[in-house]
Structure formats: C-alpha cells, structure tokens
Design a protein around this ligand. Structure first.
Ligand code: CP3
Length: 344
C-alpha cells in the first residue's frame, strides 16, 4: 500500500502541496487538558511513567488540532534515571540530578542492558498509541543526544552555558568520553525498543549542540548522532531519523550527509532562506517558526508562517517551531498557525 501518512511521505523526500505540521512540546502546560491530566498523575515524572495517562496527553493535541504527527510523551532525562542517576523536578525551576564529576560517580551507573527495567512503561505508552492514534497520524519516538543528556548529568541541572560539561570534557577527557559512549549505547537500545514497540520515526534532541564548536562539534554532536543513526538503520531498515543539533548554525550544513539522518530540524536562529539554500539542498528539513509567536499571535504570526512555508516550498519540509512551545502560549495562536500552513 502506498504510504498515506504525510509526515512519512515527506521524510521519504516527497514535496507535498502543504507541509505536514506538528509542534515540539505539543503536549504541554499551555493546554488546560494537559494540566488536568498532569494533576491526576500527581507530578511530571509520574505522568511519564504512567502509560495510560502518558498516552492520553500525547493524544490531546492530536484531538484538538489534528497534527500530522504525535510525539511520544516522555522526557530526555529518563535515560540517565534508567542508568541509575537520581532525578527529580523542582517546581518552577526544572530538573535536578545526582552529578557526575569523578570516576567513582560514573562507576555507580548501571550497564546499558539495565535501562529497560526503568523504561518499560515508555514502551507500553508507544504500544497504546499505535492502537489509538488516527490512521493518518505518524508516531514519533525520541531521545536526547548524548552531549545534551551528559550536560544535565554532569551539572545535575540545566546550565546557561553548559560550563560544567565543557570543564569535564577538557579536564578529564577519558571520563567524559566514557560517559558519552555509555549514553550513545543506551540511546541506541532505547530508541530501538521504541521502534520495536511501534514508533515510526525517531528524533534525536541535541538541545545544547550550539555550545560545541569546531572539532568538539564534530566529535560530540555529529559523531554520536551518526553512530546512533547508523545502528538504528542497520537494525530497522528504512526507519526515518530526525536530527536536531539546536543552534548549530554553520554546523547544520552537511549534517544530514555526515550522519545519515533523513531530516534536519532547524531552530529559529537561522533564516528559512539561508537554510533552504544550505541545508534543504541535502534533503528534508523541519522548522522553524519562533515559539514566541505562539504567545504574541496576530499578523506577525501569519506573515512569518507564510514566509517559512514559501522559503521551504521547493523541497521536503515539515512545519514546526524552532523550539518547544512555552506554557504562556495561547492555544488559539496554535490554531492560527495550523490554518495558515494548511489554507495559505
Ligand atoms: C532539554 C530537554 C528536556 N526534555 C526535552 C528536552 C529537549 C528539547 C528541548 O530543548 O526542549 C524533550 C522533551 N520533553 C518533553 C517532551 C515530550 C514530547 C513533546 O510534546 O515534545 C520532549 C520531546 C516533555 C516535557 N518535559 C518537561 C515538561 C514540563 C513539565 C511539566 O509538566 O511541569 C514537559 C511537558 C520538563 C523538562 N524536561 C527538561 C527540562 C529542562 C524541563 C524543565 C523545563 C520546563 O519545565 O519546560 C529536559
């Protein structure tokens, strides 16, 4: 049967009349129905590990907006937790983890094979979604990229400049490389299990790739993404992979060719015209409306949405934001964006 899901057709290189659309963090706090289900679960991590409720919040934006793709509801920091790190969320602040600063901290981590014990509920969420999603909606699985996950594991929290991770990378390269290798192997197993459970596409989020420059970008952003992509494609021939080396700038150029990803997701620090000329020449791109438009709305949202659709109209393009939607966004503005993409 010919592929009918718009997202999968686009990832295979087709250029459609209107691009498929979904949104990073589409299941999130800007939606009242998400806040209600999260309250029912108790807290964010309990929601991630509750397959029925995690599937429910994944489906909410599909019901409300009819996006072309659903993204599994989970978090990139579940992998460190599955490797034995402590993880909790401070209300209003963000994630906190036990830190990795010395060899002894690394030695306490679990082996890669142990991750499935913790992550089994996530695979169950995927299985529920394969049954419950509409036939036209593609299911995206995901994981954090090794560098981005390592920045949280080393610092024990989010950091503005990833300083502690850079310090370890320079001060103890053997330990840093061992952590990246463990995360790369764990990510392959995690994404592979998501695919076996029914994920049709996987996305690798490297949110902090932009702070890696030159040789460090090649070694710690590009190379792990290549390794993960190649391993997944060897095990699951034809599985499409989206890479998101956020704020990579010039690093976006040639990223798809060097890693084998089928699509490069773009943040909004690059202009659509530049990205069409320098990144989309190699294949599918995703992005890149500034998420601030979901707060401010109005004619600027419409104009910028049209500009992005037009700039990428000559090649395969998945419409998305440049980064996740924020809790202060207005759900009406999301509808306006979708209507603009679909009706012009
Ligand atoms: C760095 C990172 C994380 N998580 C993620 C990234 C990479 C993408 C990015 O850069 O945003 C990825 C992520 N996090 C979440 C998803 C689910 C799928 C989706 O709808 O996109 C995905 C793909 C749910 C979430 N992950 C988180 C929420 C909000 C939690 C809540 O409900 O209170 C959601 C919906 C929490 C989270 N999780 C993380 C942080 C720093 C925070 C706190 C910041 C915040 O509150 O927004 C780590």
């Amino acid at each position: 049967m010919a592929e009918t899901k718009k997202l999968l057709r686009t990832l295979a290189g087709e250029v459609l009349d209107t691009p498929p659309i979904w949104m990073m963090r589409q299941a999130g706090r800007y939606l009242p129905e998400y806040r209600a289900t999260r309250a029912q679960a108790g807290d964010f991590l309990s929601l991630c590990y509750n397959p029925e409720l995690a599937a429910e919040v994944t489906l909410q934006p599909i019901r409300r907006y009819g996006f072309d793709a659903a993204i599994l509801f989970a978090d990139i920091l579940l992998v460190p937790q599955a490797l034995g790190a402590d993880l909790w969320f401070e209300t209003g602040e963000g994630p906190r983890l036990s830190t990795i600063g010395a060899q002894a901290d690394f030695d306490r981590l679990k082996p890669v094979e142990a991750i499935h014990e913790t992550l089994a509920p996530v695979y169950e969420t995927v299985r529920i979604l394969t049954r419950e999603l509409p036939a036209e909606t593609a299911l995206i699985g995901f994981a954090g990229a090794p560098w981005t996950v390592a920045t949280y594991m080393i610092a024990g929290r989010g950091t503005p400049d990833q300083g502690p991770a850079h310090a370890l990378r320079e001060g103890n390269p053997a330990l840093f490389d061992a952590l990246i290798a463990r995360l790369t192997a764990a990510t392959i197993e995690y994404l592979s299990a998501q695919i076996e459970a029914g994920a049709e596409v996987v996305k690798i989020f490297d949110s902090w790739a932009g702070s890696l420059k030159g040789e460090a970008f090649t070694r710690y952003a590009l190379e792990p993404c290549r390794e993960i992509t190649q391993a997944l494609k060897a095990r699951h021939p034809g599985i499409p992979v989206i890479g998101f080396p956020r704020e990579a700038g010039e690093g976006y150029v040639g990223f798809a060719k060097a890693t084998g990803v089928d699509c490069v997701a773009l943040d909004n620090s690059v202009t659509p015209d530049w990205a069409a000329a320098h990144v989309q020449v190699d294949g599918c791109v995703q992005g890149n409306l500034a998420s601030s438009h979901m707060v401010t709305g109005g004619q600027a949202l419409v104009d910028e949405t049209r500009r992005i659709v037009e700039a990428f109209s000559k090649g395969p393009h998945i419409f998305n934001l440049g980064h996740g939607i924020t809790p202060d966004a207005d759900p009406e503005n999301v509808q306006l964006m979708i209507d603009t993409v679909r009706k012009g």
